[in-house]
Design a protein around this ligand. Sequence first.
Ligand code: CMX
Length: 134
Amino acid sequence: MLTKINHIGIAVTSLEETLPFYRDNLRMVCVGTEEVAEQKVRVAMLQIGESLIELLEPTSPDSPVAKFIEKNGAGIHHIAYEVADVEAAIATLKADGARMIDEVPRNGAHGTRIAFIHPKSSRGVLTELCQLGH
Ligand code: CMX
């Protein structure tokens, strides 16, 4: 069902302040920045092999990422696994008893369709299913 790690989401207070570390010190290539209005975040994607690091900056105080930073500080926020068919993956996980935040996929960055599993159901790790856009 899961084919690879698509990205690791990292909550940051400021993309402007954080990007230089990834770009200039770790020498990762930034492959795009984008605002995802539905999720109330601005994201920067950095390529690392076949996977990505997704830096997430909240765009509003009621963003889920703002709430996370308030409680935990900046740091790893979620892991996203790639799936070929996000609807089928949701159905399989629900049948297994998982608690889905999204029972219907929503729009993620760069044309992806995504759905989150609640961290209470995935042993403390916010888990994203991610189907690439076509
Ligand atoms: N990882 C692990 N645990 C988390 C978490 C995270 N990222 N975010 C929240 N939690 C935990 C909290 O610590 C809390 O645990 P306790 O009850 O033990 O204290 C519990 O989940 C409930 O959290 P909360 O602070 O009360 O926050 P909410 O219930 O309001 O929301 C969540 C939590 C995960 C349902 C919400 O953040 C959500 O819907 N997330 C999915 C969407 C999202 O994160 N979007 C941003 C990324 C977008 C993108 O990648 O494009």
